[in-house]
Design a protein around this ligand. Sequence first.
Ligand SMILES: Cc1cc2nc3c(=O)[nH]c(=O)nc-3n(C[C@H](O)[C@H](O)[C@H](O)COP(=O)(O)O)c2cc1C
Length: 499
Amino acid sequence: MTDLREWLASVEALGQLQRIAAPVDPDEELGAINYLVASREGAPALLFENPRGHPGCRVLSNSLGSSLDRLAVTYGLEPGLRPLELIAAARERVGRRQAPVEVDAAAAPVNATVRRGEDVDLTTLPAPKFWPLDGGRYIGTGTVVITRHPETGALNLGTYRQMLHGPREVGLYVSPGKDGLQHLQAAWRRGEPLPVAAVYGLHPLLMVVGSQSFGANTNEYDVAGGIQGAPVEVVRGEVTGLPIPAAAEIVVEGFVRPGDEHGEGPLGEFTGYYGRPAGAAPLIRVEALHLRAQPILTAAMAAEYPVCEQALFIALSRAARLWDDFDQLGVPGIRGVYAHPAAASGFGLVVVSLEQRYAGHAAQALAFAAQSPATAYYTKWIVAVDEDVDPSDLNQVLWAMCVRCHPMQDVEVLRQTWSTPLDPSQNDEALRPYGAKVLVNACRDQRPPGHTAPRALIGERTYRQVVERWDELGLAGPPPRPPALEPDAASPGRAAAPA
Ligand SMILES: Cc1cc2nc3c(=O)[nH]c(=O)nc-3n(C[C@H](O)[C@H](O)[C@H](O)COP(=O)(O)O)c2cc1C
């Protein structure tokens, strides 16, 4: 589908869309409302139907936010999944590929209105200024930027922020090494402008795939098509020839000319701090603007969890990818992987649950999780827990860290590791890209002479009995599932809780 309006109808049916009809100023007020509402876990998506000073336009923010259900809907899954179930289901879908299809441009919703040249005025769009110290209004946050490598022809969709500079001028900030910047540098080396299409109103699935790195030769349209089980419908942009989503709300086409840069930033970031200070960034000179009727600008606020738009989906996708890496390398016994969204958008903490099968198994899992491409960036805390601990339940993880970890022997520190200038924990900016990682082995000590005492668990038979009597006993909600049970006397070993 990849149509934002169908997605909105689905989440509204779940009771997870809040429409705000009263006028709201995109200058700080919208950001403040987003911040306050989204501070509660699972808060609804917000559709601002009357952004002050921008008649005929709407703004959607907190589209995914901290809602597992809205993320499930975005992946085409049923709502109601628990974190590890969602990770496992999304993981399977992310591995599929389906190429986009080109549809009739004249009939495409994105071409309902097309403005060209001097008729383009992006200041009419309700681009928010989220934070008081942001460098300006950001038109591209819940966005993808579409580019093609001028030599290899590889197409990329990347979520890179864009600051509004004027009616037809947009700044584009892409971090070093990212695909969009590689395309730009290749074009500039040839002395050519880079054609760019930027989408400012989109189905969240495109933002989800645009904010993950799938390798230079993977077209994110193929990934999105694979996830939704149907091709993304595209039309050829009339100025750039780039494929743009046929059902997108707002798209611009333009060019980034060699050496054409402008001051950009700062912007409040996923760390809860402003990111890089103002600096030069490439400028998109816009030549065409495509709009649906009553277009919806998708805004993604960055902040600490649970406000941060990207925290949950980045955390879950990192976990899914690390789990895949373990499988591909044949590390056995992995029961679950979780990156907690509150840990700086899932970047800061990874928990691996495993069934220890040999001496050194937990240490191996820790070292690999610390340096796998999926999780090496930024991560500061890597924790290994046993199979009876749900890695997505912080209560259980903290319990394991406090009863199964002896810091004298179970903690290692890796130094000079991969991080980012966005990490505010060191005052010296030059040092910030050099991170450090703590590896915490919170698994049972398996060395002789053996455990001092068994863990206290409720019995399997009794658990089943109580579950059967749950309603009769007048107990509220569904019965919880403990992570492990004491098996019936006849069966040896400890039992995992029934699913
Ligand atoms: C809301 C949001 C905003 C982002 N802003 C930027 C940005 O301004 N610059 C950047 O390089 N990456 C940004 N990212 C991260 C990139 O999307 C991510 O690194 C992705 O892998 C880039 O795509 P690529 O691997 O195809 O280059 C952002 C991600 C999200 C979810």
